[in-house]
Design a binder for this molecule. Structure first.
Ligand code: URA
Length: 233
């Protein structure tokens, strides 16, 4: 990869800015000023320095966010606040988008990335990526309701795939899905004449919130990225 492309992909400098910086001797490859903006670099092994700062190459950006109430899972919206409003410019400049949707009033774990092919794969129903939600419903579901939810219910012309429901109180529990239809859990509970009052995603694949506070985000670790990208293979 050319060094000017490398720097523009890393959102450090445009190609013309790199050309100027090269002329000033401000672009180094492995500690040595480069003479040309088309100097080849190996993004994995080269140490590139731009105006005194070492530039780390990141092909894709991944963050997890603990979504608060009241934000829509979109990249832009005319009226509503979007989950991107919770991220910093250092992340949004890489044009990340939510990998799957949570309703405006659903809270919890949201993965955002600019890796389109991986997001597509992770959301494919064939992948069976597990999503775990903590819920509170309006009334205690019967044994029969729980069995129906687990076996599959009709949510308006679509019968949901088998899932797991674990009650943790009379009206609270955790539901594990391996698919993600629009408003799925709310519609599933309506199908058994109940109603969801609170919904929070607490796991997406192997990712959990840990000590991430509501409204906070963090980058995935290298290890998490490797594992996540492995799920896409
Ligand atoms: N199911 C829902 O009904 N809403 C969500 O936000 C996620 C799953």
């Amino acid at each position: 990869m050319r060094i000017d492309k490398f720097l523009s992909e890393c959102k450090v400098a445009t190609r013309s800015e790199t050309a100027k910086a090269v002329r000033r001797g401000a672009v180094l490859l492995d500690g040595v000023p480069v003479k040309r903006a088309d100097t080849p670099v190996d993004p994995e092994t080269s140490v590139v320095t731009y105006c005194g700062e070492v530039v780390n190459y990141r092909r894709y950006t991944y963050v997890i966010l603990n979504k608060p109430d009241g934000y829509v899972s979109a990249t832009e919206d005319k009226r509503e606040k979007t989950v991107l409003d919770l991220l910093d410019e250092e992340v949004t400049k890489f044009e990340v988008f939510p990998c799957g949707r949570l309703d405006k009033n659903t809270l919890g774990l949201m993965l955002l990335t600019n890796n389109g092919p991986l997001a597509h794969t992770l959301l494919s129903p064939k992948r069976h990526v597990e999503k775990v939600y903590r819920f509170e419903c309006a009334k205690a579901p019967s044994e029969g309701d729980i069995e129906a939810l687990q076996n599959g219910v009709d949510i308006g012309g679509y019968v949901t795939k088998p899932c797991t429901v674990k009650m943790t109180g009379d009206t609270s529990g955790e539901i594990t899905l391996s698919e993600g239809k629009y408003h799925q859990i709310k519609l599933m509970f309506e199908a058994v004449e109940n109603r969801i009052l609170y919904l929070e995603r607490i796991r997406f694949a192997f990712l959990t919130l840990g000590d991430l506070e509501r409204g906070e985000w963090r980058y995935l670790t290298e290890e998490e990225i490797k594992k996540l990208e492995g799920l896409g293979k």
